[in-house]
Write a protein that binds this ligand. Structure first.
Ligand code: PLP
Length: 427
C-alpha cells in the first residue's frame, strides 16, 4: 500500500527549503509512513530506519498499542493543564516512580525542557539544602556534551555551531573532559562549597557514541556523594532499553528492570528521561528525584502547560509497558553484540572503516577519513539508495540505532546492506 500523493520527493524538499527555517540538513528522503523497523518514502520505497528519530522510536514506528493509547486518551480528555487534577497523572507518576526507584517525578515535554528542569532543581537544592551563597551555584558538565538547544544548555556546549552568536551565555557551568575522573574531582575540590551538581550522559550519543570506561559513571557518582554534589544522569538518548538495559547507568546488569542488586548499579540523584518515553508518538519527558531533592520545588516555581497532560501520561505508560512486555532491553543487548561483531569484521577487512563502538543498539562506525571530508555523508546517501537510513554525526562518524523491535534476521539483512555499501567505497 503506497500513500497516493500529489507531490514528489523533489517538490516536498523544495517546499521545506523555501518555507522552512534551514536549521537542519536532512538526508534527501521524504518519508510518509512507518511501521516497526521500516519507513517508506512518498514514492513508496521502503527503508530500514537506523536512526529511530534519535532513539525516540525504540518501540518501533507506530506501535499499535501506543497508537491506540494515544487515540483513546486524545478522544477522552487530552489536556487540562495543571490548574486542575486529572485522572491519569497520579497513576502515571506512581508507575514511573516505582519503575525507576525514585520518590517523585516531574513531568515535562521535550528533552531540553527536562534538562532545564533538572538544572533548576539542582541549583535550588544547592541554595536551600547545601547552603550555597545566592548566585554562586556551579554545575559541572563534560566537553562534547549534548543536552539540548535552549540558551542555558548551549551555554555549556563545546560545539561552535550549537553556541556561536547565541550569547550572552548563562554562567555557572564548569566543563571537564568526558571520562576524566581526576578532572571531575579536581573541579569539585577547587570550589567544593559552591558545586551543586554534575550533569552527564552515561554514553555521549550526539558526540558519536562515546562510551566511557566501565567504572567512570560509578566513580563519578561516588565522588559526587563524597562532596555532597548531585549526580545528574541525562538518559534521554541512552535510557529506556536502548543500550541493552532499562537505563545505561544499570551498567552490565542484564535484568530487564532497573534494580539495585548488582555492583555496577548507580542511583543518580536526578534522572532525566525523554525521547522513547513516548515511543515517538508524542513529546514526553520527565525528571525523577527523591524527596529531599524534589521537595525544593514549590507551587508556582516551575511548570509547563502540557507537562503531565492525560494524553502524555497514557502514551508514556503504554510505551514503558511495551519495553517490558517485548523484552526490548534484552533484544537490544543480544542484537547489539551481533551488530558489533559484523562491523568488527569490516574494520578488519576494509581500510575505510576505522572502528565500531557502542552498547546495546546504540552504536557508531568511525570512517577512516578526516572529519571535514564528505565520506560519511556520501556513505549515508548510498545507504539510503540501498534501503537503509542513517545519518553522520560529527563529520566522519555514522550512528547506527535501529528500533529495538528488530529481529536477528532483519539485523543480518541490514549488516549485509551496510557491508555492500561500504565495499563500494573501498574499491
Ligand atoms: C535529544 C537529547 C536531548 C534533547 O532532547 P529534545 O527533546 O531534542 O529537546 C537532551 N539530552 C540528550 C542526551 C539527548 O540525546
Amino acid at each position: 500500500m503506497t500513500t497516493q500523493t500529489a507531490h514528489s520527493s523533489q517538490d516536498l524538499m523544495a517546499l521545506e527549503d523555501k518555507y522552512g527555517a534551514h536549521n537542519y540538513h536532512p538526508i534527501p528522503v521524504v518519508l510518509s509512513r512507518g511501521e516497526g523497523v521500516y519507513v517508506w518514502d512518498v514514492e513508496g520505497k521502503k527503508y530500514f530506519d537506523f536512526l529511530s528519530a534519535y532513539s525516540a522510536v525504540n518501540q518501533g514506528h507506530c506501535h499499535p498499542k501506543i497508537v491506540s493509547a494515544l487515540a483513546e486518551q486524545a478522544g477522552t480528555l487530552a489536556l487540562t493543564s495543571r490548574a486542575f487534577y486529572n485522572d491519569k497523572l497520579g497513576e502515571y507518576e506512581k508507575y514511573m516512580s516505582e519503575t525507576f526507584g525514585f520518590d517523585k517525578v516531574l513531568p515535562m515535554n521535550s528533552g531540553a525542557e527536562a534538562v532545564e528542569t533538572a538544572i533548576k532543581i539542582c541549583r535550588k537544592w544547592g541554595y536551600e539544602k547545601k547552603g550555597i551563597k545566592n548566585g554562586h551555584a556551579k554545575i559541572i558538565v563534560c566537553g562534547e556534551n549534548f543536552h539540548g538547544r535552549t540558551v542555558t544548555i548551549i551555554s555549556f556546549s563545546s560545539d561552535p555551531d550549537a553556541r556561536g552568536n547565541f550569547g550572552p551565555y548563562t554562567p555557572g557551568f564548569v566543563s571537564i573532559p568526558y571520562n576524566d575522573i581526576t578532572a571531575l574531582e579536581e573541579a569539585i575540590k577547587s570550589d567544593p562549597d559552591n558545586v551543586c551538581g554534575f550533569l552527564v550522559e552515561p554514553i555521549q550519543g550526539e558526540a558519536g557514541v562515546n562510551v566511557p570506561d566501565s567504572d567512570f559513571i560509578a566513580n563519578a557518582a561516588a565522588i559526587c556523594k563524597k562532596y555532597n554534589v548531585l549526580f545528574i544522569a541525562d538518559e534521554i538518548q541512552t535510557g529506556l532499553a536502548r543500550t541493552g538495559s532499562m537505563l545505561a547507568i544499570c551498567g552490565d546488569c542484564s535484568c530487564e528492570h532497573r534494580c539495585e542488586q548488582q555492583s555496577t548499579y548507580v542511583h543518580p540523584d536526578i534522572l532525566i528521561l525523554g525521547k522513547a518515553l513516548s515511543g515517538g508518538a508524542y513529546p514526553v519527558s520527565a525528571v525523577l528525584a527523591n524527596d529531599p531533592v524534589m521537595d525544593v520545588i514549590k507551587p508556582g516555581q516551575h511548570g509547563s502547560t502540557y507537562g503531565g497532560n492525560p494524553t502524555a501520561c497514557a502514551v508514556a505508560t503504554t510505551a514503558l509497558e511495551v519495553l517490558f512486555d517485548e523484552k526490548l532491553a534484552q533484544n537490544a543487548r543480544r542484537l547489539g553484540k551481533i551488530f558489533r561483531e559484523r562491523m568488527q569484521e569490516l574494520v578488519e577487512k576494509l581500510d575505510i572503516v576505522k572502528l565500531v563502538r557502542g552498547k546495546g543498539l546504540l552504536n557508531a562506525v568511525v570512517i577512516n577519513d578526516s572529519p571535514e571530508s564528505s565520506t560519511a555523508w556520501d556513505i549515508c546517501i548510498k545507504l539510503a539508495e540501498n534501503g537503509l537510513l542513517a545519518k553522520p554525526t560529527h563529520g566522519n562518524i555514522i550512528r547506527f540505532a535501529p528500533p529495538l523491535v528488530m529481529t536477528e534476521e532483519q539485523l543480518h539483512e541490514c549488516c549485509d546492506i551496510i557491508e555492500k555499501t561500504i565495499r563500494e567505497f573501498s574499491a
